[in-house]
Design a protein. Structure first.
Length: 141
């Protein structure tokens, strides 16, 4: 069953996302923003709580770059910052419940993400059409 996705962020949506990020940050999550001319053009949110059989995963909760600023390396910089944050908190891998849009999946694959080895039931239940991915933070070990 296909899922339509329209990328429209009205003021209400933007405020809700900002509040979600602020609340998560105050609860111990790590947040990054890409800002240009005093406007947020991208953001990433990392839940620093570790999970998985061996407590190896940190959850990339939100990851977004405004459409007009994509393919300029902004997403890659945000992803690198998230990876550094996850390592600092003891994660071995990022867990990513990725929107199934072709562009999203292509970006994650470009960064080196692969299909999840240990799918998390809570993520799947929350958004069943998402693709469950992971990224190894220490690929040469």
């Amino acid at each position: 069953m296909p899922v339509d996705y329209t990328e429209e962020w009205n003021l209400y949506d933007r405020r809700n996302m900002a509040q979600k990020i602020i609340s998560a940050f105050h609860c111990g999550s790590t947040a990054f923003a890409a800002v240009m001319d005093n406007s947020v053009i991208g953001f990433a949110l990392l839940n620093d709580s570790l999970f998985g059989r061996n407590k190896q995963y940190s959850d990339l909760t939100e990851f977004y770059v405004t459409e007009t600023f994509r393919r300029r390396g902004i997403g890659k910089k945000l992803f690198e910052r998230i990876c550094s944050g996850a390592k600092r908190h003891g994660a071995k891998k990022l867990y990513i419940s990725a929107h199934s849009a072709e562009e999203s999946i292509a970006a994650y694959k470009k960064y080196g993400c692969v299909l999840e080895e240990e799918p998390d039931a809570a993520h799947i239940e929350k958004v069943p059409f998402d693709l469950q991915l992971e990224y190894n933070l220490f690929p040469h070990r």
